[in-house]
Design a protein around this ligand. Structure first.
Ligand SMILES: *Cc1c(COP(=O)(O)O)cnc(C)c1O
Length: 227
């Protein structure tokens, strides 16, 4: 089942990318609240990038699966007392919202590991309930400048979790703002190459607007058990 869904998704992603003249994004399989057996099935089908939201759950699963080819992405909320383990157990972190968190991740990245790959989360729809830097250029630039100078992390780009929209046009309007912000940062001289946006329900709109990583859970693994 998972094998078929992954194949279907990859073919959908290829088609949508081609139709929109966009480079094909990386498919990040979001495996939070999914059992290890389902992750193993995805790995057997050639899926190596996995996203997790809950630190302890992720660490437990990593220990059981123990596969050096897997690239682990942390996409959950970051409490400051968790940064040490996040820095040690992941290859990417998509949800950095402030300089303090970035400094801790850089300082706590274990010696000998490559730079932690980072995206800054943008609270693109100005939602009180969501983390992220507000979509204000001055605020974003301040964080980008400081984070780019840190030694053990590499700033790759921007990430967002938009408010639910009712039409593809509304979805695209939001993703276009993200695309514009990334382009603006590039024009300011920052070598960023990543837009982490699009989930099971809005993936097509995100790809049309230049997503380079789509984060898909339900459409691969089915419904999740409670966290
Ligand atoms: C859960 C989650 C996803 C995947 O959502 P689906 O709707 O299951 O595809 C993507 N990104 C983040 C940050 C998530 O928390």
């Amino acid at each position: 089942m998972i094998t078929e869904r992954l194949a279907q998704l990859q073919s959908d992603i290829a088609k949508i990318s081609e139709q929109n003249s966009q480079t094909r994004p990386l498919l990040l399989a979001v495996s939070k609240c999914q059992p290890v057996a389902r992750i193993r099935e995805a790995v057997a089908a050639g899926q190596y990038h996995f996203g997790e939201n809950y630190l302890q759950e992720a660490i437990d699963k990593q220990a059981i699966i123990s596969n050096a080819n897997i690239v682990w992405h942390y996409i959950g909320a970051i409490q400051s007392n968790k940064t040490k383990k996040i820095a040690a157990h992941f290859d990417w972190v998509h949800t950095v919202s402030d300089i303090k968190t970035a400094k801790r991740l850089s300082g706590q990245r274990p010696e000998g590991q490559p730079a932690l790959q980072i995206c800054l989360q943008i609270n693109i729809d100005n939602e009180a309930s969501k983390a992220g830097i507000l979509p204000d250029k001055a605020a974003i630039l301040t964080v980008v400048k400081a984070v780019s100078a840190l030694p053990n992390i590499q700033l790759r780009g921007l990430m967002c979790i938009p408010a639910p929209k009712t039409t593809p046009e509304a979805e695209r309007a939001t993703f276009e703002q993200m695309q514009a912000l990334l382009g603006w940062l590039q024009s300011e001289g920052y070598p960023l190459d990543t837009l982490s946006m699009g989930m099971s329900d809005d993936m097509a709109s995100a790809i049309a607007c230049g997503a380079t990583i789509v984060r898909v859970g339900t459409a691969i693994f089915g419904a999740r058990s409670a966290a």
